[in-house]
Design a protein around this ligand. Structure first.
Ligand SMILES: [Zn+2]
Length: 475
């Protein structure tokens, strides 16, 4: 038996409650030590010290291993529901060994890895098994998987419906498809194919996650700009416009309406897309969305900064001030279910150096920074309550994707926690990152929240040696 003593738990709104957690591999008991505190009363370091100093000491069983939380905030181990850790396949860019370590350092205890950045891609159970074999003893944290559907699967005449059903039974959380894909190994679907695929996925009860940017609009614009020799960041952003995202989201809302399937929009970047999702939700369709720290922090103005320009490239690209503000509101009002990183690394010295922006690798390795980011920029700056922040980092994803042992500090759940120091600052430095490729557009940004310790199934990650395991989603 272990005890994590002297911690604060989020108990609704901006309230916290002093507590001790008793656990082994799972949580046994949460013992509250005294009444609720409000964040405003302890936001200053000195006030916190004074108030927590008066809490009567507790006694613990002699046989227990007692770990002192020093009155930091304990949150359920964070879940990053959208990452590209690339094992097996694209490991020159990123691999599970590095990325899962980076995740653990950043307070993340479970990731959900995308099917497309693997060779072979996770499109059937055979490939899923290959992935599981490749991951043996290579993850510091737990991992779940997305399955995926590509156009070549549909066009080759194989039984896609069976592949979907089998993958669901094997425990994937859902299925990823692309309206536009830059990956030759993972081709995009037409809207028609998406409609058919959604109907098949519906039978599993699991969501279809969609990269939503309209292919026709983007391709036409890109060709026109490239023909004019325009290789600037502006051209890239002009092609991958707000309009392109809004058009694809609108089509997908029709798919949700026509099929009743659960549709999840990944890495939402615009207010226009958000409005369409909000309307579909109001009309009772099963539609959810996520966004990422870069869309909440940066705008296209930041491409003027040559020091981070290439590091900031993603698909879709970051948008404008009003989009950024709308996304924060979407998180606060529940239209957007959680924040993921879309973690995608590369060797920056090889793939982030081109003067031709079309050729720059698109992707940000953010898994290490998300928890600090959301507490610092969301909670501490008053955009989200403490309760919302915690939900957006773990519980909501666990609930939406059926990871039933994850996401709560409650008896019976896995003993996964992260300890957050909300009274400390840290400057982001790429050289301190733990992912394989060390670069970030957040370079030199100061986060006013720091992840101190991470526990996975009862053991302190990084400190104790152990392996992460495959977490199956409920079938
Ligand atoms: Zn992605």
């Amino acid at each position: 038996m272990k005890v994590l003593k002297n911690i604060l738990l989020s108990v609704g709104g901006n309230d916290l409650q002093p507590a001790d957690i008793y656990f082994s591999r799972v949580i046994k008991e949460v013992r509250y030590r005294s009444g609720k505190l409000n964040w405003d009363d302890i936001a200053e370091k000195e006030k916190k010290r004074r108030i927590t100093g008066k809490i009567p000491k507790a006694t613990y069983p002699k046989t227990a291993e007692v770990i002192d939380g020093k009155w930091s905030l304990a949150i359920p181990g964070a879940i990053d529901a959208h990452v590209h850790f690339n094992t097996p396949g694209f490991e020159d860019r990123e691999d599970f060994d590095h990325a899962s370590f980076a995740a653990a350092v950043g307070g993340v205890t479970t990731v959900i890895d995308m099917p497309c950045t693997s060779i072979p891609p996770v499109t059937n159970v055979k490939n899923l098994k290959k992935k599981l074999t490749a991951l043996k003893n290579r993850s510091y944290i737990d991992f779940a998987f997305w399955g995926g559907v590509r156009s070549e699967d549909i066009r080759s005449g194989i039984d896609v419906e069976k592949q979907i059903a089998d993958l669901s039974a094997a425990g994937v959380v859902g299925f990823k498809v692309y309206v536009i894909s830059g990956m030759p190994e993972f081709s995009d679907l037409t809207y028609d194919e998406i409609l058919k695929t959604a109907a098949m996925i519906k039978a599993t009860g699991k969501p279809m996650a969609v990269h939503a940017e309209d292919k026709t609009l983007i391709t036409n614009k890109r060709k026109q700009l490239q023909n004019n020799g325009d290789n600037s960041w502006r051209a890239y952003c002009e092609a991958r416009s707000v309009r392109a995202e809004a058009k694809a989201v609108a089509e997908l809302m029709k798919t949700a309406e026509a099929t009743g399937a659960r549709i999840h929009i990944v890495h939402l970047s615009s207010q226009a897309g958000l409005k369409k999702i909000k309307l579909a939700q109001k009309n009772g369709f099963s539609v959810t969305a996520e966004t990422c720290p870069h869309y909440l922090c940066f705008t296209q103005d930041d491409f003027h900064n040559a020091a981070i320009r290439n590091y900031l490239k993603t698909a879709p690209p970051v948008k404008f001030e009003k989009d950024k503000n709308a996304l924060w509101k979407g998180l606060a009002d529940g239209t957007i279910s959680f924040v993921t990183t879309d973690h995608a690394g590369c060797n920056p010295r090889k793939e982030k150096i081109s003067e031709n922006f079309w050729e720059v690798y698109g992707g940000i390795p953010g898994v290490e920074h998300r928890v600090s980011f959301l507490f610092s920029e969301g909670f501490k700056k008053g955009k989200l309550s403490l309760e919302q922040t915690v939900r957006l980092l773990s519980i909501n994803a666990a609930e939406l994707y059926g990871l039933s042992s994850k996401g709560k500090i409650s008896p019976g759940y896995d003993a996964d926690f992260a300890l957050i120091n909300l009274w400390k600052e840290k400057t982001v430095k790429s050289r301190n990152m733990h992912s394989k490729g060390k670069f970030t557009p957040f370079e030199n940004v100061i986060f006013s929240a720091v992840v101190e310790k991470t526990f996975l199934r009862g053991k302190q990650v990084v400190k104790d040696v152990f392996g992460g395991k495959f977490v199956k989603a409920k079938d």
